[in-house]
Design a protein around this ligand. Structure first.
Ligand SMILES: [Zn+2]
Length: 295
């Protein structure tokens, strides 16, 4: 039964900004107390994940989107391997090697970035700039069949909950990293800026895929939140070929791909092929099997 009490309405409207702000507060407090910026940003994101889990339990958008234990296990494996381990090993190998190469050959790429403006302004600028190539990359992953085979892994679930934000094939994740993280690492952005960006990137990503009945109101014209992103996971390609934004919805607005129907709710989600593999190891091989993904 849908909870329509005043408290539920307030929670629907206030949860998104409140959880994001709390994540930032935890991050900045721990960093000020002397904890490593990387650890502080992970703790900030973790606090966000816990609060969103509580929201999913108390304020679900769809009762039939609640995941089972097997699904949670697969998504947890994706989160650990593809979202945590892969970027870590890329950053301690490729980023260090490329950075040394650029410095050794006199390419002062760090001069491109305005390091002297306030941290908050740098974080906003990074959100805007990083989302531009990521928006086009996401469109390309939908448009071109060989790329869609990899991206189909992310669209394979038939319902949404926060942990399946991490379900990406590692090859797609590596390409995403090259486009929306590597350039910023090479430009030498401070750890404080990267940490704050990560807190927003993580918590907004959790929200985006969450099964929470939240209403973002005017924020739906700035950030790419759950009300918009559900349509991106629709089984119908005319609906899933929209709302490509990762953190922001601004580039969709500019290029005419934003939709948010008010007269209906999203229908079935996922791939047309209901026999698409669901296990982690089978999905590693899926992009290499022709026509498995369907529409
Ligand atoms: Zn997509």
């Amino acid at each position: 039964m849908v909870n329509t009490s005043v408290g539920a309405k307030i929670m629907s409207a206030a949860s998104y900004p409140a959880v994001i702000m709390l994540g930032f507060a935890v991050y900045t407090t721990l960093a000020k107390l002397g904890l490593s910026v990387t650890v502080a940003s992970y703790v900030g994101a973790l606090v966000g994940a816990i609060l969103i889990t509580l929201l999913e339990i108390n304020l679900p958008y769809r009762q039939d989107w609640i995941p089972d234990a097997r699904e949670i296990g697969v998504d947890a494996l994706y989160m650990i391997t593809v979202q945590v381990a892969l970027p870590f090993f890329v950053s301690i190998s490729i980023v260090v090697a490329l950075s040394d190469y650029l410095k050794g050959n006199g390419y002062a790429v760090q001069r491109i970035w305005p390091h002297d403006i306030p941290v908050a302004a740098q974080v906003c600028l990074m959100l805007l700039v990083a989302d531009f190539p990521r928006y086009w990359l996401h469109r390309a992953f939908h448009k071109f069949k060989p790329m869609w085979r990899f991206h189909a892994v992310h669209h394979s679930p038939h319902h949404l909950y926060w942990l399946n934000v991490g379900r990406f094939h590692p090859i797609e994740k590596a390409i995403q990293y090259a486009v929306d993280a590597l350039p910023f690492a090479l430009m030498g952005l401070s750890k404080e800026v990267l940490g704050a960006y990560f807190v927003f990137y993580a918590i907004n990503g959790f929200f985006q895929h969450s099964n929470c009945r939240v209403h973002l109101g005017p924020l739906n014209y700035i950030v790419s939140g759950p009300e918009l992103h559900r349509w991106h996971h629709s089984e119908l390609s005319k609906e899933s070929d929209t709302n490509f934004g990762n953190n922001l919805i601004i580039w969709d607005l500019l290029f005419g791909t934003r939709i948010l129907p008010r007269d209906r709710s999203v229908g079935p989600l996922g791939l047309v092929n209901r026999q698409y593999p669901t296990s982690f190891f089978a999905q590693m091989k899926s992009p290499f099997i022709k026509d498995l993904e369907g529409g």
